[in-house]
Design a binder for this molecule. Structure first.
Ligand code: FAD
Length: 367
C-alpha cells in the first residue's frame, strides 16, 4: 500500500506506544478491543499525542486526512490496544457534529472528545428497532427552548462509562402511510441528566459491556439537536458510513490471527497465504473508503461492503484458529475461546449482514 511519510510516522508512533505499554504490563492485547477494552489512561495518552480527532480541523484537531486516521486505527487494532472509551466518539460522533452540529455544540463537545474527557455511547437500537431502525419509538418533545426525551435504548455498548449519549429520537409522530424515515432527529444527551437510567446487560462472555438505557422526560437544550430537526435519517445514514467502513470490521480477530500465524507449522501454508491475500484486499478497501471520506463523500455502500466482507474474514479467522488451537499453546486456546464467545455479535453490530446485503443490492439495482 502506498503511504506517505506522515502516515508511516504515525504508524511507527502508535506501534512504539503500544509496544511500550505492553512490555510495561499496562495492557494485555485482546480481540475486539475497540468494543471491550476501555482504559481511560490509554485514551488520555492518545489524546495527549493528538491522536484523537486527528482528522478534525483546528482548533479541534490536527486537520489530517482519514488515511492518516486509518494508519493510527489499524495499528491500534493490530496491537489489540484498549481503545474502547474513545472509539465511538472519535469514529462517528465527532465527525457527525462537525458536519451537522451548530457552532455552540461543536465548541462544547469536540474539545472534550479530543481530550478523552467526553465519552460517548450510541443510542440507536431499541427493543423492536434494531435492523428496522426507522421504527424507533423514543420521542423528543419540544419544551421551552429545548426538548424532553422519553424512551428506551438497548444493546448500548459502554453506556456505563459514557458521559454523553448520542440519541436517535422521533420529533414528529409518524403519520398514517408516511415513510417511517421522516420525523427523526439526532441529539446529544448528558448521561448525568435527571431521568437517565443505565441498567447492565451481561453478555455470554460474562462481561458487562451492553446496557439498556432508559430516558424519562430528560431535558435536552436546543443546541444539542444535531443538524436539522426531522431530517435525522439522512444524517444517520451518513454516520453509518463512518461506523461501518473502518478497519475494526476486518481486524477484530487480528490478535488471534497473529497467534495462529505463530503456529504456522501446524497450519496449511497455502491456506495461510489465502488469509494474507484477503487481508490485503480488505485493507485496500478500507483505504479506498478513507480516501472517499477525505474527498468529502459519504461512502455508504462501500462501507457496508467493507463490513460484510470484513465480518466474513473475521469469521473465517475463527474457523482457522479453531482447527489450529487443539495442538497450539494454552494462550491460543484462551484467545480463541474469548473471541468465539464475542463472535455472534460481529455480524450483527453496526447492521446485520442480511440487511447490508439487501441494502447494497437495492442500491445497485437502483443505479
Ligand atoms: C456487540 C454489539 C454491540 C452493539 N452496540 C450497540 C450500540 O452501542 N448502540 C446501539 O444502538 N446498538 C448496538 N448494537 C445493536 C445492533 O446495532 C443491533 O443488534 C443490530 O442492528 C440488529 O438489530 P436487532 O438485534 O434488533 O436484530 P433484528 O433486527 O431483530 O434482526 C435479527 C436478524 O433478523 C434478520 N433480519 C432482520 N431484518 C432483516 C431484513 N430486512 N432482511 C433480511 N434479514 C433481516 C437478520 O438475520 C438479523 O440478524 C450492538 C449489537 C451488538 C451485537
Amino acid at each position: 500500500m502506498v503511504q506517505d511519510q506522515s502516515e508511516q510516522a504515525l504508524r511507527e508512533e502508535v506501534r512504539g506506544l503500544c509496544a511500550d505499554w505492553r512490555s510495561a504490563g499496562r495492557y494485555v492485547p485482546r480481540a475486539d478491543s475497540w468494543l471491550r477494552s476501555p482504559d481511560l489512561a490509554f485514551s488520555k495518552e492518545l489524546a495527549a499525542r493528538g491522536l484523537i480527532g486527528l482528522t478534525w480541523p483546528a482548533p479541534y484537531g490536527r486537520g489530517l486526512g482519514y488515511v492518516h486516521r486509518l494508519a493510527v486505527t489499524e495499528e491500534l487494532l493490530r496491537a489489540g490496544a484498549p481503545v474502547a472509551l474513545h472509539w465511538i466518539a472519535d469514529r462517528q460522533i465527532g465527525p457527525a457534529i462537525l458536519r451537522h452540529g451548530n457552532e455552540q455544540l461543536q465548541d462544547e463537545i469536540l474539545p472534550g472528545i479530543a481530550a478523552a474527557d467526553v465519552v460517548f455511547c450510541l443510542g440507536l437500537s431499541e427493543p423492536g428497532a434494531g435492523s428496522d431502525l426507522a421504527s424507533v419509538r423514543t420521542r423528543a418533545v419540544p419544551d421551552g427552548d429545548g426538548f424532553r426525551i422519553t424512551g428506551r435504548k438497548i444493546w448500548t455498548s459502554g453506556a456505563h462509562h459514557a458521559t454523553h449519549a448520542y440519541v436517535l429520537a422521533r420529533t414528529t409522530p409518524r403519520a398514517e402511510g408516511a415513510r417511517p424515515h421522516a420525523g427523526l432527529s439526532e441529539f446529544v444527551v448528558d448521561m448525568s441528566a435527571p431521568g437517565v437510567e443505565v441498567s447492565p446487560i451481561v453478555d455470554m462472555t460474562g462481561e458487562h459491556h451492553f446496557n439498556e438505557v432508559a430516558f424519562d422526560d430528560v431535558p435536552v437544550a436546543a443546541h444539542r439537536l444535531i443538524g436539522t430537526r426531522d431530517d435525522g435519517w439522512r444524517q444517520v445514514t451518513e454516520q453509518l458510513a463512518f461506523e461501518r467502513g473502518g478497519p475494526e470490521r476486518v481486524l477484530t480477530t487480528y490478535p488471534l490471527l497473529v497467534q495462529v500465524l505463530a503456529e504456522a507449522e501446524v497450519a496449511d501454508q497455502a491456506e495461510l497465504g489465502g488469509f494474507v491475500a484477503r487481508l490485503a484486499v480488505l485493507r485496500r478497501l478500507c483505504r479506498h473508503i478513507a480516501e472517499l471520506l477525505d474527498s468529502g463523500a459519504a461512502p455508504v455502500q462501500e462501507a457496508a461492503t467493507c463490513k460484510l466482507l470484513g465480518n466474513a474474514f473475521e469469521r473465517d479467522v475463527l474457523e482457522l484458529a479453531r482447527r489450529v488451537a487443539p495442538t497450539g499453546p494454552p494462550a491460543l486456546r484462551a484467545a480463541l475461546s474469548q473471541s468465539l464467545l464475542a463472535s455472534p455479535g460481529f455480524s450483527l453490530r453496526g447492521g446485520a449482514s442480511e440487511v447490508l446485503l439487501s441494502m447494497i443490492t437495492k442500491a445497485e439495482v437502483a443505479a
